[in-house]
Design a protein around this ligand. Structure first.
Ligand SMILES: O=c1ccn([C@@H]2O[C@H](COP(=O)(O)O)[C@@H](O)[C@H]2O)c(=O)[nH]1
Length: 267
């Protein structure tokens, strides 16, 4: 999917919601447990309930890999159930030396036909480039994550100007490719840094996890993160999929997003 196609989907649905399929078998409702593949049945239900209100699904691969070969099959079948015009993210946070990354890229972009994958930047350019060889596929690079321990490394000053490591990730990685092939992960809990981030990466899409269960503010993320093509994919996983009524939870976020688009979207 191209950047323009994603933008058009956002305008059409008035939503920049990404639903996270963190489908923990321990937490899915009892009624799915008698199915042959309970997680797949649950995912199909969630997708059917939420597809009208979102533009993306993020599959956190940990919840599938933990079930071995059967989990990979669940992931593949889940992917097949997602409507074609909805952006798909393998939240796999991969990164390794080049020849290994070629295999990751093949696994997630060819064997499984995801639109994008989250990638850790720590090993540098040659650990990311193989993902960029696939046309119309996206790397979503971890820039500033939502967890409290993001402080450990991401905020470290790397030079006398007090440039931080996450700022260097944002600037250096723009030498590798452009905003048609790369997005950045920025946690919703880091909304106070969004103006800084937008000054360094004004055009890129940001994948923003951390609203809902982690306490990030959708309003702040939208106010400081939105750009001329919206430029945001805001993820909610537990807050939607394990809510009493996933359809209404997704609809509520979409309606809030519609208001934010009216208020903050400057073309
Ligand atoms: O910085 C990051 C990067 C990834 N995640 C992932 O997003 C979802 C968040 O789930 P919620 O239930 O909405 O909190 C989950 O898959 C994380 O692994 C993140 O939270 N922060």
């Amino acid at each position: 999917m191209t950047k323009e196609e994603l933008y058009q989907q956002i305008l059409q649905k008035q939503s920049y919601l990404c639903v996270g399929l963190d489908s923990d078998i321990e937490k899915i409702p009892a009624r799915f447990k008698s199915e042959t593949d309970p997680v797949l049945a649950f995912n199909k239900y969630i997708i059917d309930q939420t597809a009208d209100f979102c533009v993306g699904y993020k599959i956190n691969t940990a919840f599938y890999e933990s079930n071995g070969a059967a989990g990979w099959e669940t992931m593949q079948k889940t992917l097949a159930h997602i409507p074609q015009n909805i952006f798909t993210i393998a939240d796999a946070k991969r990164g390794d030396i080049g020849n290994t990354v070629h295999q990751y890229a093949k696994a997630f972009f060819k064997t499984l036909d995801f639109n994008s994958i989250t990638v850790a930047p720590y090993m540098g350019k040659d650990s990311v480039s193989p993902f960029l060889e696939y046309a119309q596929k996206w790397v979503i690079l971890l820039a500033l994550t939502s967890n409290p321990s993001s402080q450990d490394f991401q905020f470290l000053s790397i030079n006398q100007d007090k440039k931080t490591l996450f700022e260097e990730v944002l600037t250096r990685s723009q030498e590798w490719t452009n905003d048609e092939a790369m997005m950045y992960v920025v946690g919703a809990t880091q909304a106070s840094m969004l103006q800084k981030i937008r000054s360094l990466a004004p055009k890129h899409f940001l994948l923003v996890p951390g609203v809902g269960a982690q306490g990030g503010s959708l309003q702040e993320v939208s106010k400081y993160g939105m750009n001329s093509q919206i430029g945001l994919l805001v993820n909610s996983s537990r807050g939607i999929i394990f809510s009493e009524n996933p359809k209404e939870s997704a609809r509520k976020l979409q309606q809030e997003m519609q208001q934010h688009i009216e208020e903050y979207h400057k073309k």
